[in-house]
Design a protein around this ligand. Structure first.
Ligand code: GLC
Length: 421
């Protein structure tokens, strides 16, 4: 068996082993439920195993969709002692139980890819017709509740909403959040070494915010006005913008199309609003601290995501392509999540340095859109070399390629099937 065949077999095994009957856990133990953006990426992998199963991944996630359209960051299809904060902590009623925040909305883009690449077109049509109204409600929710003043950029209220949970970009904003006073017991440290996970001071604040949303009865205006953690996340906004553009396209394919005036309006503002977060000296886009109304100087891989949403200008794209090459010299094993020369860079701790394959893929996809196929290919080869070396870990040390976090990880296996193999 060739190395590629071996990796394909292993990747399929990871997805099958993590399948809990219609939804896939990111990894056993550490993350025992269904996560929002993991589900989207993981469905891409299922496409190469069983198309029907790929669609089921979305259907199960949407079982957790709220009446207001929000698709939660975690759907707790069944309880588990392995995770904190579990379903009893968020104060959300309904079945299945869910968290009260969301995650980068890449579902519509993944659905577009699966629709276009699937073999069973009849099935794909049926599923698209069923899923599109739910996607529309989800995106309408983002603009209505997370950008009530129509600035062109949606707000997020928890580091976990960014999906880049422990990024040093959030440190200063998070430091202004009070530490929760009640005692609680973390479960993540039962599964992963503590030097690869967030610190207690950070966890205390994560939990404070969980309580804050519940105590404010999830009232979006109150939370918008008062949440002590309030950011404009460049990566989340780029994912939203790409996703909305894909919804507008998908709407032309369904039997009865929807009135998308609201989404079109919001999307037409977003490219310019994203563009205002460009930093000409750092040659990357920056996140914004909403309370201080100023950008956050730390360079993260999220700052390249306007490539993926096609929101960058041609000049910016060229500068970012050069920058990606430079980052790869400092950390050749995929794109570091934090620039390796930032003081806060930490090659093994979660989002403070490690490279993540799905982020590499999204940025490579954006680079290709702008004609930088050579840099996209460099990123692909770097990513391939990591799985050759280490297999399917949650994330990787960008300097040594060592696998970190959870093992047998679903989105890593899925992206390998879709992009690397
Ligand atoms: C971590 C990651 C987040 C991911 C989740 C499940 O919390 O930071 O992006 O969705 O794990 O894999």
């Amino acid at each position: 068996m060739s190395q590629t065949e071996h990796l394909i077999t292993e990747a399929k095994k990871v997805l099958r082993d993590n399948d809990l009957g219609g939804y896939t856990v990111p990894t056993k133990g550490l993350y025992p439920f269904q996560w929002n953006w993991d589900a989207g990426i993981t469905a891409l992998g299922w496409l190469y195993i069983d198309e029907r199963r790929a669609w089921t991944e979305f259907e199960m996630l949407f079982e957790g969709q709220w009446k207001n359209g929000m698709v939660p960051h975690v759907v707790f299809h069944q309880d588990s002692d392995d995770y904190f904060p579990g379903p009893d902590q968020w104060g959300v009623k309904g079945t299945p139980s869910t968290t009260s925040i969301s995650q980068p909305p890449l579902l519509s883009t993944m659905i577009r890819i699966i629709y276009e690449q699937s073999m069973d077109k009849e099935l794909a049509k049926t599923k698209l017709n069923e899923l599109l109204p739910k996607l529309i409600q989800y995106h309408e929710w983002w603009y209505r509740e997370r950008d009530p003043e129509s600035t062109g950029l949606v707000s997020s209220y928890h580091p976990w909403e960014s999906g880049m949970d422990n990024s040093p970009a959030w440190d200063d904003v998070l430091a202004r959040v009070p530490q929760v006073q009640r005692s609680y017991q973390r479960r993540d440290l039962n599964h992963v070494d503590s030097d690869q996970r967030p610190l207690k001071e950070q966890y205390d604040r994560y939990i404070y915010l969980v309580d804050f949303f519940r105590d404010n009865e999830f009232d979006y205006q109150k939370i918008y006005d008062n949440c002590p953690f309030h950011i404009k996340d460049i990566s989340l906004n780029a994912v939203l913008q790409r996703g909305t553009k894909d919804i507008i396209y998908l709407n032309t394919l369904v039997s009865e199309s929807y009135d998308l005036e609201g989404l079109e309006k919001a999307s037409s503002k977003a490219d310019a609003a994203l563009n205002a977060l460009w930093d000409q000296d750092k040659r990357v886009f920056l996140n914004k601290d909403n309370a201080l109304n100023k950008s956050i100087g730390i360079r993260t891989s999220g700052g390249f995501m306007p490539l993926y949403s096609h929101s960058a200008t041609v000049e910016q794209a060229k500068m970012m392509a050069d920058e990606v090459k430079k980052w790869l010299v400092l950390g050749p094993k995929g794109l570091a999540s934090t620039h390796p020369l930032e003081e806060s860079f930490d090659s093994k701790r979660y989002w403070r340095g490690p490279s993540w394959l799905h982020i590499n893929w999204m940025i490579a996809d954006g680079l290709k859109h702008y004609g930088h196929d050579d840099v996209a290919e460099e990123l692909r080869l770097a990513s391939r070399s990591i799985i050759d070396q280490s297999g399917y870990w949650e994330y990787f040390d960008p300097i040594t390629g060592e696998g970190c976090g959870g093992s047998d990880f679903s989105w890593t296996a899925a992206i390998a099937l879709h992009w690397l193999l």
